[in-house]
Design a protein around this ligand. Structure first.
Ligand code: AMP
Ligand code: MG
Length: 335
């Protein structure tokens, strides 16, 4: 059963919910049809605001815990970002006491730690492209101790809770977003983002690779489209893929609405290393729903090597039943 009453789980849940509310508010106010394609200011404001809020809340709850977060305040202190910083201070100030230019930058820089014996990791907006398109994005927060993720929370403001919990297959229809919470040994659970009961998530039982629904990034630069094609051919996959931004894909896998997620290495960035904040929460969400997550060679993810998964190459997450078959397929195509 799920116990949300330990300090760590309570913190993960409340913080992911508060940060999700903040960024959804920024999206509603700033992502409008008047936005030009090159204007990244909404994501700048939302990203930094959310990390600042997490830093602020962590200071109050676990002041000695390090935070491995995606952002730092260096560029925000630049004069050309003054307007964004002012907006950030205003948004954060709705949720935090004492928000000023200085304190907000300090809270953001809480996130520049390296991985250690016990730390939190946050991606304040995972799937920034999805955020700007009005599609899927996630606020991802996790606690890691001794190299093992213990708690993971994914706030997914645009991932409909009915889609996750029922046979309804419309991920994007308006309605309540989702919060997905995984606790080591206690399972993966989902609830309406703004409050309500938790229901347990379970991965699918599909074993036949030809029936595997592949969860894919929408951004081609984040994967290797050619190799995905080769994998699909090698495994004779017939099922339709599910394309989506962010760690929302892990929630969908955990809920049994997709079966396999691969992060292959882009030919343009052959040395790319996955980031800790991109995998912490998502990995426990998959594992506690009964799935499996490794790198492309079947190795366990190593959350102790700095700020990236420096010892790993790419990611394979699955419902477990399909894992070995996909690993074999990956070896066949030389991924
Ligand atoms: P997705 O939403 O699946 O497109 O993945 C989003 C994540 O991809 C971001 O959080 C980035 O950290 C990460 N990312 C950025 N560049 C790359 C890359 N070249 N290869 C793999 N992932 C990347
Ligand atoms: Mg990310």
């Amino acid at each position: 059963m799920l116990n949300t009453n330990t300090p760590e789980v309570r913190f993960a849940l409340e913080t992911a919910r508060a940060a999700s509310k903040l960024v959804a508010e920024v999206q509603a106010q700033m992502v409008t049809s008047a936005l030009t394609k090159d204007d990244k200011s909404p994501v700048t404001v939302a990203d930094y605001s959310a990390q600042a809020l997490v830093g602020y809340l962590l200071d109050r709850t676990f002041p000695n815990d390090p935070l491995v977060g995606e952002e730092d305040s260096a560029s925000l202190r630049d004069d050309k970002n003054r307007q964004s910083l002012e907006k950030i201070v205003r948004f954060v100030g709705k949720y935090a006491d004492g928000a000023t230019n200085d304190t907000v930058c300090k809270w953001i820089d809480r996130g520049s730690a390296e991985s250690g014996k016990r730390y939190w990791t946050v991606d304040p907006i995972d799937g920034t492209k999805g955020f700007l398109r009005g599609d899927q994005y996630a606020i991802a927060l996790a606690l890691v101790t001794n190299g093992q993720v213990q708690v993971g929370a994914l706030g997914c403001p645009n991932l409909n809770i009915q889609y996750l919990l029922s046979d309804d297959n419309t991920a994007f229809k308006p309605g309540s977003g989702s919060i997905v919470l995984a606790v080591r040994g206690q399972g993966t659970w989902a609830a309406p983002l703004n409050g309500g009961d938790f229901a347990r998530l379970k991965v699918s039982t599909r074993k036949d690779p030809s029936q595997a629904r592949m969860l894919r990034s929408l951004e081609e630069a984040h994967t290797n489209v050619g190799q995905i094609g080769e994998l699909v051919t090698t495994l004779n996959v017939q099922a339709d893929p599910v394309g989506m931004d962010s760690q929302a894909k892990y929630a969908v896998l955990a809920a049994g609405k997709g079966d396999v997620l691969v992060r292959l290495i882009s030919a343009k960035m052959p040395d790319y290393k996955e980031k800790i904040w991109d995998q912490g929460a998502g990995s426990i969400v998959v594992e506690e729903a009964g799935g499996r997550i490794t790198d492309l060679h079947g190795r366990a993810l190593d959350f102790t090597a700095g700020r990236t998964l420096a010892q790993n190459r790419g990611i394979l997450a699955s419902n477990g039943a399909l894992h070995e078959a996909v690993l074999k397929g990956l070896a066949t195509i030389g991924a």
